[in-house]
Design a protein around this ligand. Structure first.
Ligand code: SAM
Length: 165
C-alpha cells in the first residue's frame, strides 16, 4: 500500500547512522506522468506511458552507443522515501516483513531499478517505457540489458548453474 512517511502498526525503524559511505552523483532526472505516490505504478510495464530520461552534461557523452539496445536497465534514487525501516507492513495490517524481502521504495539505500524499452532518443534525452517512479526522480545509472551480452567464455565447473539438472 502507498505510504507517505508514517510508521504503521508493528513496523520498526532504526537509528540512522551519522556517517554515510558513498557519494552518489545524480547523472540526470526522470520525467514521468506521476506526481503522487497514489498514482504511481508499483512496477513499471513495457506497455506503460512513454517517460523521458534527461541525462545531464557531461554524462550525456556516456550515451554513445546506447541506441543499439532495445532494453535498458535504469537505476534511480527514490528520493522521497524514508530510509530507516527494517520491518515493514505493506498491507498496513500489522503483519510485517523485513525490508530486504520487499521491493518497497523504503530501504536504507533507496535505489529503484526497472528494465525499460528504449523507444527513442532526442539529443541527451531517452524516451522509454517501463518506469514506475515519480516525476523528478534522480537518475543514478543506465546499463544495457544484461541478456544482450554474450559470455566471453563458455561456462566451466564452478560457475553457477553448470551441472545443475
Ligand atoms: N521498480 C523499482 C524496483 O523494483 O526497484 C521500484 C519499485 S517501488 C515498489 C515503486 C514505488 O515507489 C512507486 O509505486 C511509488 O509508490 C514509489 N516511488 C516512486 N518514485 C519515488 C521516489 N522518487 N521517491 C519515493 N518513492 C517513490
Amino acid at each position: 500500500m502507498v505510504r507517505e512517511d508514517e510508521l504503521r502498526a508493528a513496523e520498526r525503524a532504526v537509528e540512522w547512522p551519522e556517517a554515510v559511505d558513498a557519494g552518489l552523483v545524480y547523472i540526470g532526472r526522470i520525467h514521468t506522468p506521476w506526481t503522487s505516490r497514489l498514482d504511481c505504478p508499483r512496477q513499471g510495464r513495457l506497455d506503460g506511458p512513454t517517460c523521458r530520461i534527461e541525462v545531464f552534461q557531461p554524462w550525456d557523452q556516456a550515451l554513445a552507443g546506447i541506441a543499439e539496445f532495445e532494453r535498458l536497465e535504469v537505476l534511480y534514487w527514490l528520493h522521497r522515501s524514508r530510509r530507516d525501516l527494517v520491518l515493514q507492513s505493506p498491507k498496513s495490517d500489522g503483519a510485517t516483513r523485513g525490508t530486504f524481502s520487499l521491493r518497497s521504495p523504503v530501504r536504507p539505500n533507496p535505489i529503484g531499478t526497472s528494465m525499460v524499452a528504449l523507444v527513442g532518443i532526442e539529443g541527451s534525452t531517452l524516451l522509454v517505457r517501463g518506469l514506475d517512479c515519480l516525476d523528478g526522480t534522480p537518475l543514478i545509472d543506465l546499463k544495457p540489458d544484461r541478456c544482450a551480452f554474450t559470455p566471453l567464455a563458455p561456462p566451466t565447473p564452478g560457475d553457477s548453474d553448470v551441472g545443475d539438472p
